[in-house]
Design a protein around this ligand. Structure first.
Ligand SMILES: Cc1cc2nc3c(=O)[nH]c(=O)nc-3n(C[C@H](O)[C@H](O)[C@H](O)COP(=O)(O)OP(=O)(O)OC[C@H]3O[C@@H](n4cnc5c(N)ncnc54)[C@H](O)[C@@H]3O)c2cc1C
Length: 388
């Protein structure tokens, strides 16, 4: 059994903290090392879908999600630029008891952090060196501290420092798109429903909105093409005027919302090609470090939760001498699904941006999107593991 197994998680983002919660729940000794001086997230939303909600619920977060999330209901739709409906985003047939929530990213991170035992998260610890031998995995931090663990989880994000310990560094792939995103107080938009996820699909661009923070705020994201070289920033500031201009003449609902936007964040959309393996001995990659993906299936965070739950389950059954094999079994389970989602996110982006010779084909795929949602949302990583 795992009695005494010591796990270090590098990175205190959504993946690192969700993984830490899953591991604490399984009785593992966990320490999270975060390079920033305090935990924090940008002012934007993230969709939390049933494939992770079921695990967050089992960790005891069900009531918090209801309180802090914006629950998405039927009535959510895919639309054309003029507002006419292409198809429903029907959540009731897939979400079952577990629902889909829009969450403010900071609320999600706070919720995960607040549930961890005092002292679990050590901020101001940037991991700069990794090595391993038969006795353990050794971490060195920029502040001069060191740590030895039985297993290390690299949850250090899309620019992962630890990924190179596992595979040759992979280069970012630029999608040619930028996203403008931000939050608008719901009371400024009295005509809007506070419980739906709406996606407008135009040629080469799309726009989406969903509620967060109990429906008090709307999260919006406008996706636009660019021919400029963009940096991979999630927190640059964009021009509200240029954003409004790009969606001029679209559904009045969109134009109305954009009239309330003052300073959107700006985000160059990059992903990575799938990497060939995720582990090296006592080290395993998770979250964006393992499978950086475009946001078009809303799965980056949700796949990270699946990673964390799987890691906790395999390590809970491991001993010090079997850590490497346990991590390999995690990768064998998780990699095929995560790669499919990574590539599927690119594909879905083409749907949303109407990149089809025959648009009726796209509309048919959108009308059938329930099949894809069901594959994504009905999956239970713990059940899958138990069946192996
Ligand atoms: C605006 C936006 C919207 C998104 N919307 C969605 C969505 O709707 N649905 C969805 O599922 N996903 C979404 N995603 C993606 C999703 O947020 C990520 O895939 C998910 O949060 C997993 O990230 P992570 O924890 O692996 O990495 P990150 O969030 O990048 O966290 C990595 C952490 O590691 C720390 N770190 C880095 N290097 C080191 C080091 N050397 N030592 C110590 N610490 C280090 C960083 O400071 C950071 O805190 C969105 C992303 C963005 C930016």
């Amino acid at each position: 059994m795992s009695e005494g197994l010591k796990v270090a998680i590098v990175g205190g983002g959504i993946c690192g903290l969700a993984t830490a919660n899953a591991m604490v729940g399984r009785g593992l000794q966990v320490t999270v090392f975060e390079k920033a001086s305090e935990l924090g997230e940008v002012g934007a939303g993230v969709l939390i879908t049933p494939n992770s909600v079921r695990h967050l619920d089992r960790m005891g977060f069900g009531a918090k999600l209801d309180e802090m999330g914006g629950r998405i209901t039927d009535g959510s739709t895919y639309r054309r630029t003029d507002g006419s409906v292409v198809g429903p985003i029907k959540v009731s047939d897939t979400a079952g008891e577990y629902g889909v929530y829009g969450m403010h990213r900071a609320d999600l991170l706070d919720m995960l952090a607040a549930n961890l035992p005092e002292g679990t998260v050590r901020t101001g610890h940037e991991c700069v060196e990794f090595s391993q031998d038969a006795d353990g995995a050794h971490l060195v931090f920029e502040n001069g501290e060191q740590f030895v663990a039985d297993a290390v989880i690299a949850a250090d994000g899309i620019h992962s420092r630890l990924q190179r310990e596992v595979v040759e560094p992979v280069q970012p792939v630029f999608s040619g798109m930028v996203a403008y995103r931000g939050l608008v107080p719901a009371d400024q938009l009295p005509n809007w429903r506070r419980d739906v996820h709406l996606v407008w699909m135009g040629e080469g661009k799309h726009f989406m909105v969903f509620p967060v923070r109990g429906g008090k705020l709307f999260n919006f994201v406008g996706f636009l093409p660019t021919d400029q070289a963009t940096e991979e920033s999630w927190s640059g500031l964009g021009d509200a005027h240029a954003l409004a201009e790009a969606f001029e003449g679209w559904d009045p609902l969109v134009c109305d919302l954009l009239a309330h936007v003052q300073r959107p964040f700006w985000w160059g959309l990059f992903d990575r090609e799938p990497i060939s393996h995720w582990t090296s001995g006592r080290l395993a990659l998770a979250g964006d470090a393992a499978h950086a993906m475009l946001p078009h299936l809303g799965q980056g965070a949700n796949q990270s939760v699946e990673d964390g739950v799987a890691l906790a389950a395999v390590l809970a059954k491991a001993e010090r001498s079997t850590v490497a094999a346990a991590l390999e079994s995690y990768a064998d389970l998780r990699r095929p699904r995560a790669v499919k989602v990574q590539l599927g996110a690119r594909e879905n982006g083409r749907r949303y941006d109407s990149q089809y010779a025959n648009i009726s084909m796209r509309d048919k795929e959108i009308a059938d999107a329930g099949t894809l949602r069901s594959w994504l949302y009905d999956y239970d990583v713990e059940c899958d593991l138990a069946l192996r």
